[in-house]
Design a protein around this ligand. Structure first.
Ligand code: ZN
Length: 281
């Protein structure tokens, strides 16, 4: 097929996927090739052998997308508490803060991209797999409200295992809350672009990540509400191969674009320009 670029992972023998040595480097989870941190950051965290897009931290993605020194964070110190006294949650939060260097699983703020003002939210999978609890939901809502106040476009880069089970019903409530504030945003006619990265699943995909005017994904990303095994058990049918991968979802109309990471900033700037009445070329 011409015109459509498909992500086809190269299968190579693997001895040690998911090896990470903090401060030194890590191996590609798809093909196992080892990279130093410098090699990875020099290629936007994309594997040179198989094109797998490895997880970026929120700070790395902000640096990659925004104009230099333009990002101004808001609600930076907001952090979760253990409202339900869920056993072991405080320790998990401490570990997540150490792993990610962040107080919570999303960073939000104002920035410019190619000179265009936006409100930007970036999730970080290094913090409890980017799960959504009360603070993530609240920070998303405040980011949307800031964008309404500033009358500017909103961009949210998602990466999530879904709702945070340690916060029970409070985490599920964030789905309705973020959906409600985005409806107010849409009624104003402003632009919301959602960028989905590997993986975006569960309550995040089923709420604010899917409620955008334009939905973009990175290649190869796993995107779905629930895992294939659970779906198969529930509906009793065999599902198509790769049906939760970005390329399949693009082909079936669930995504607007699949964009390689090294072209993402350029693509977002083009969309912002078009939205403000500029010409594409
Ligand atoms: Zn690879």
């Amino acid at each position: 097929m011409f015109g459509k670029k498909k992500y086809i992972p190269i299968k190579v023998p693997v001895e040690s996927r998911n090896d990470t040595i903090p401060g030194l480097g890590q191996s590609c989870p798809e093909c196992g090739k080892w990279y130093t941190l410098e090699e990875l950051s020099g290629n936007y965290g994309v594997c040179l052998r198989c094109n797998w897009h490895l997880a970026l931290s929120a700070r790395q993605r902000i640096e990659m997308l925004c104009d230099p020194q333009s990002f101004e964070e808001f609600n930076a110190s907001m952090a979760a508490g253990n409202r339900l006294n869920f056993p072991g949650y405080e320790q998990k939060l401490d570990q997540a803060r150490e792993d990610s260097g962040l107080p919570e699983a999303i960073v939000t703020g104002r920035a410019t991209l190619g000179g265009y003002q936006v409100v930007l939210g970036v999730m970080d999978s290094h913090f409890m797999m980017g799960s959504m609890g009360v603070v993530v939901g609240e920070k998303v809502c405040r980011a949307v409200e800031e964008a309404i106040e500033d009358e500017c476009p909103l961009i949210i880069c998602s990466c999530s295992g879904g709702a945070r089970m340690q916060e029970g019903i409070f985490s599920l409530m964030q789905m309705a809350k973020t959906a409600a504030v985005l409806e107010r945003f849409h009624q104003k006619g402003y632009l919301y672009i959602s960028v989905l990265t590997n993986p975006t699943t569960g309550g995040v995909l089923a709420s604010f990540a899917s409620l955008a005017d334009i939905i973009i994904s990175e290649p190869g990303a796993l995107l779905g509400f629930t895992g294939p095994r659970v779906i198969k058990q529930t509906i009793g049918e065999r599902l198509p191969e790769n049906f939760q991968q970005a390329g399949f979802l693009l082909d079936h109309g669930m995504l607007d674009l699949v964009v390689e990471r090294n072209r993402l900033r350029e693509q977002l700037i083009l969309l912002l320009k078009l939205h403000q009445g500029g010409e594409a070329w």
